[in-house]
Design a protein around this ligand. Sequence first.
Ligand SMILES: [Zn+2]
Length: 101
Amino acid sequence: MAKAQPHRKKHVPQRTCIACRKKTDKRRLTRIVQTAEMSIVIDSTGKKNGRGAYICDQEACREKILSTQLLNKAFKTEVSKDEKATIAKQLAQSLGSEKHG
Ligand SMILES: [Zn+2]
């Protein structure tokens, strides 16, 4: 027997992509976090503590955060070239793993 479904929308947390400023379901965004060691990394589990920023899955947004000062602004700090390189690598990996299922 089917349960009666009330017409209530499921609440999905929304976050804003720092690159395109669009609001999207949190689950579809990639979280970038500043760790206690003050390094900026991709938070693939979504559970790391620290100041977080979100970007959506558009390639343009990924490129934008790496080529502009957006990360510096989001974290109010200077994100080093090394950190950006790590983020770029992790983003590429997360894309790759999605494709392989
Ligand atoms: Zn975006």
